[in-house]
Write a protein that binds this ligand. Sequence first.
Ligand SMILES: N[C@@H](CCC(=O)N[C@@H](CS)C(=O)NCC(=O)O)C(=O)O
Length: 202
Amino acid sequence: MKLYYTPGACSLSPHIILRETGLDFSLTKVDLKSKLTENGDDFLKINPKGQVPALMLDNNVILTEGLAVVLYLADQKLDRNLVAPAGSLERYHQIEWLNYIASEIHQNFGVFSPTSAAPESYRSTIRSKLLTKFTYLDSILAKREYIAGDHFTVADAYLFTTCGWTPRINLDLSQLSYLNAYIQKIKQRPHVHDALKTEGII
Ligand SMILES: N[C@@H](CCC(=O)N[C@@H](CS)C(=O)NCC(=O)O)C(=O)O
């Protein structure tokens, strides 16, 4: 399998999950501005949406959308407990978290992208909105070790990835002590550390 990624982008989440599963994979870097891969290939021919993550399966089929990609990967190695088995209520709760992170957290970062023309007043509104949502997540993490329960899942890889974007938009989360302890704990996982190192983030 091959993961098309951009350092520090939302593709970090499936990158972490690939490592956590132990599946064999390679990485190809994408420049999101030029839409070229590090090999000079036109990324729009690989994923016409022009977005990472994109996962190329061994039969050359492309799977996109972070939520679908991490679920697919975790399902390949169910024994790693990165997602609960199909049909279990636990799995639907994990999907509930993935969707919350995608729609309520991730999407709100869009106004801070380099191509966004959003005025500072709007950015400020979104910053406050994000603070409210991260405060809610902090209250969940006050009650349990990981966002969906007592062990690391696909939802943690995604949440951890989005937390990494907050300094870039000047969103101060230092008062959210449970969230901060959680970020440190996830960062110390060997596979997370390796993913961050490979992407040049640490
Ligand atoms: N709906 C997509 C969104 C992916 C996304 O926002 N990717 C960003 C990087 S974090 C990207 O590729 N941005 C470049 C662009 O939209 O042109 C998903 O959930 O995977």
